[in-house]
Design a binder for this molecule. Sequence first.
Ligand code: 5AD
Ligand code: SF4
Length: 436
Amino acid sequence: MNEHDSETMAGMMSEKGMIAEENRDDADIVIINTCSVRENADNRFFGTLGQLKKIKEKRPDFIACVCGCMMQQQHIIDEIKSKYPWVDLVFGTHNIHQFTELLDNVINERRKLVDVWESGGAIVEGLPTKRLYAFKALVNIMYGCNNFCTYCIVPYTRGRERSRRPEEIINEVKGLVATGAKEIVLLGQNVNSYGVSSHEGAYCAAEENGMDFADLIYTLNDMEGLERIRFMTSHPKDLSDKLIQAFADCDKLCNHIHLPVQSGSSEVLKRMNRKYTKEDYLLLIEKLRRAVPNMAITTDIIVGFPGETEEDFLETMDLIETVRYDSAFTFIYSIRKDTPAENFENQIPEDVKHERFNRLLKRINEISGEINKTYEDTVQQVLVEGPSKSGSDTYAGRTETSKLVNFDGSEELIGKIVSVRITEGKQFNLKGRQEI
Ligand code: 5AD
Ligand code: SF4
């Protein structure tokens, strides 16, 4: 979500004739778009601010802007005002559409500006974006979250759920396909509740007798020129049978689902306010695998949530053995200010959290490697993204199941879908050879 907000701001700056600098130290304007989901991100922000201060001291005309989720919290704004008063512009997630106007004010009137809206108004359409890849695009279908998981800051920083109108989404995707997009990733904090909650200025399928999320997928699946559809993220409590059927029916919907479980313990899930049990989750996995046998499944897991016992943690270890995730993002629980879990008793000591985290990660990685091995000698369709990090003539792309493949390629393959025979399944990626 933040990445896509950054693309929007980059697009707005390009429209004003500004150009991106390779090196931060050479830029006239720097924007830090912050994430607040875990403490680590907060810390990195303050570290980066310290580095910007040095540029500001050397070049007083340099303009420092900060925005994103962290700015939606008053205590952060207060800290910036008191400790970093040299920051020129502070704005939030809800008024990104005003960014260039605010910037103009700062540039023309040579003044500092803090403008953070407490909540999101109507959805603003038609903002420009400067996309990282022409062939692969992020498309917001909704904003905000109504779920209030007890550990999570997002409902406070991104506001209530608001869905975009289907015709706006479809038109945006048509435009993207016309300019070379092969793959789109539909974005929302919980895409499964697209069009469900009514909110001022937002789309509600029930009121308009319109589309829910699965209907949107079926419609996009019929769009000529579009080749791959993905989405992120999906809350297990709202994953409908209709969407599971869409995986079986829609050839463009990639055989991969990111389905955050957070914990394998039903007790912990209850305190997290996730509204499903371990058994409910496993039933979903069973249904998904029945609908699409080679479905890749990935997840998010939090270790060390307040009150997590060794038995609770072993439930998570047991769950990963049953599901066998293709990969997982694993996180150590970090306290987020003003969320309910901040005040839960039995916060877990750091050493216990780390020990559990390491145990979990080791097994997650082993399973990833075992699954990747099963890809050996199969032929995969790979959307080529660009030169791989390992250099020389190696190119990297993604299979339909979202696995990273490195193979010997050439520049003209970028943005194309090519057949690659997998020669080696490694722990974190696949190696292959193009089949001509
Ligand atoms: N501590 C650790 N992980 C968190 N996440 C969200 N909030 C926290 C927190 N306070 C994780 C969840 C979520 C992912 C985006 O970040 O697993 O799915
Ligand atoms: Fe946070 Fe839960 Fe909303 Fe995801 S569904 S953004 S974890 S509150």
